[in-house]
Design a protein around this ligand. Structure first.
Ligand SMILES: [Zn+2]
Length: 296
């Protein structure tokens, strides 16, 4: 990482379509709701995004929800050298062994400081970074590469929800049963609030590029997007909630020209993460060229 400078940023603008209802929990008293046990997170005031306005009460997906879920999925799947010792394992295995029986510690995000995940998402444990800096400063991970914006419902989705549910309503209520194991009678009903299937959100992922190696890290992030599509976002995933699909992934590169003149380079739009991954080898060359990564 040492001696490298920021060359530019790859921006992925995307749409995220809900294949099933989505529940990302919000604060119960932050919004006026009667009788809902599990409210979803919503805007507490109207939000002006510049080109459009999102009404008060509209649900959104916090960037932190996407980031946390994708990071956690990758920590279970990417097997790589961890920390200064460089033992090859997943982040979950690494943290579990490092915790040595301490349950609180065992479940924490990877803090080895050297693996792809630590480079992409960052390391919250400053002590790890100090240890690496002392022993081998060239192994420092550098700044976190990725940022996730909040994702807001598209204008079409907001209008559709208004038509279907009425002015100011953007969510549905779902009753959930718990069955008595002996009598099969319903023991209690809970009301879950969720964003209806079919709603589309739009958001942005930005990925900072310092060197060629970061293009490999970006490829791993794309793997994480695919893994998210294979599981769920938000709560109640085992009951079918939160199935999502990325569509219209628009790739934009911002380098020196952007900082000086506001000029960015659009590299293309892909209908799915799979399509984007198939085109990635070619895309890598184009990003490298746009940011002059081969030149020092
Ligand atoms: Zn790590």
């Amino acid at each position: 990482m040492l001696g490298l400078s920021l060359k530019g940023t790859v921006v992925i603008k995307y749409r995220l379509r809900l294949k099933t209802g989505l529940h990302i929990g919000g604060a119960k008293d932050a919004f006026e709701i009667g009788g809902i046990d599990n409210p979803v997170i919503k805007l507490s005031a109207e939000l002006n995004l510049g080109d459009r306005t999102i009404p008060k009460g509209a649900p959104y997906i916090p960037g932190s929800s996407l980031k946390g879920k994708i990071r956690s999925l990758l920590e279970w799947s990417i097997r790589e050298p961890k920390g200064l010792k460089g033992e090859v394992k997943t982040s979950v295995e690494y943290m579990y062994e490092k915790a040595n029986g301490d349950r609180q510690e065992a479940g924490k995000p990877c803090d080895c400081g050297t693996c792809s995940i630590c480079k992409i998402f960052g390391v919250s444990n400053v002590k790890t970074l100090e240890t690496i800096a002392e022993k081998d400063i060239s192994k420092l991970p550098g700044p976190p590469r990725v940022e996730f914006s909040e994702a807001y419902p598209t204008e079409e989705s907001i209008n559709k929800l208004k038509q279907q549910l009425g002015e100011g309503l953007y969510t549905e209520l779902k009753m959930e049963n718990v069955l008595n194991r002996i009598t099969s009678e319903s023991m209690n009903l809970r009301t879950n609030e969720r964003v209806p299937a079919g709603v589309e959100f739009e958001g942005e992922i930005t990925f900072d590029i310092y060197s060629e190696e970061d293009l490999e890290l970006l490829s791993k992030l794309l793997q994480g997007l695919l893994q998210l599509e294979n599981t769920y976002l938000g709560g109640s995933g085992s009951r079918g909630y939160g199935r999502v699909k990325f569509t219209e992934l628009n790739i934009i590169v911002r380098g020196q020209d952007y900082w000086e003149k506001g000029q960015e380079k659009e590299l293309g739009t892909y209908n799915s993460v799979i399509e984007l991954r198939k085109a990635y080898n070619q895309l890598k060359k184009e990003i490298s060229e746009a940011l002059s990564l081969d030149k020092k």
